[in-house]
Design a protein around this ligand. Sequence first.
Ligand code: PLP
Length: 354
Amino acid sequence: MFELNKLVRFNISQLKAYSSARDEFSGEAKVFLDANENSLGSPLTKWYNRYPDPHQHAVKLALSAVKGIQPAHIFLGNGSDECIDLLFRCFCEPGKDNVIICPPTYGMYEVSANINDIALKIAPLLPDFQLDLVHIETLVDANTKIIWLCSPNNPTGNSLNRVDMETILNNFNGIVVIDEAYINFAKQQSFIQELAEYPNLVVLQTFSKAWGLAALRLGMAFASTAIIDIMNKVKPPYNINQATQEFALKALEEVGQVNDMIKELVSMRQALAEVFESMPTVEKVYPSDANFILVKIKDARKIYEFLLTKGIVLRDRSSVQLCADCLRITIGTEKENTILVDAMQDWYQVQTIA
Ligand SMILES: *Cc1c(COP(=O)(O)O)cnc(C)c1O
């Protein structure tokens, strides 16, 4: 049985949330003298002298229409990274509880666990980069609060098998986080429509990848209203700044443009994968559902360093378990991809001469 009340940290369940000036009065008024802002304005626009909406009503409403999810099921964080940290702080008792991660995967789950003094249990992905359900099951104990899944996964690029994720959702009585940072580039369906089915599900998405707004720092969590309420209680009152809320609203009017970029990136991903597959020392280009490809190639580290001398930066994952000799390559613009491919030709030239 899934019982949310038993998962929440005791101090959080007892917590009385901070009540901001904007919480205590949020209607229309003629004169706002309640928040110690600078009434005269600011060197920028008049608007920025005021604290932003702590609950981001307008952004959530627009997002609700785009995602088909009620605003009460949406939490907004200062990047997904804030959502990750908050989930630890809501559910995991430092020095006592543990979580399960499945590497190779996104590094922030581990860093955030360490910051919060939460023990990590590790069930590495299988060689095909899928979940090891048997191993995960043996790791679960009474203090296991969260299982972190990332699909499509970073840095491997593949989606996890849906049936495996459903098995975990159906059998684990703690929180299951599915990080869908790259879902827009995948053929697979998001889990956000399954919230009613799984009271233990938290889906993470972000404006940093497909939406092209990494600089704004805006991440989304979708979950039951009960889970969202707990996250809202713990978050800093004004975690999403005014400029970010304004830009996000504008961006949400441009879903068509975002979809066009996604199509273009997916098509360039295919093209770049084919070019790398044809290179003589490439052992494998892993199938990708994301906006990057993982390439297993002889002398990965040397190539990484060679490309650096040409001003091209890839992500060297060659020291990561299961990713030996692997480079992670973000899909660039047409021009950037060409510069990379030309530089790879130079690399092979240098090899034959030497
Ligand atoms: C890039 C990425 C994120 C995004 O984090 P933000 O804080 O929203 O920028 C989240 N999860 C994974 C797996 C990522 O690769």
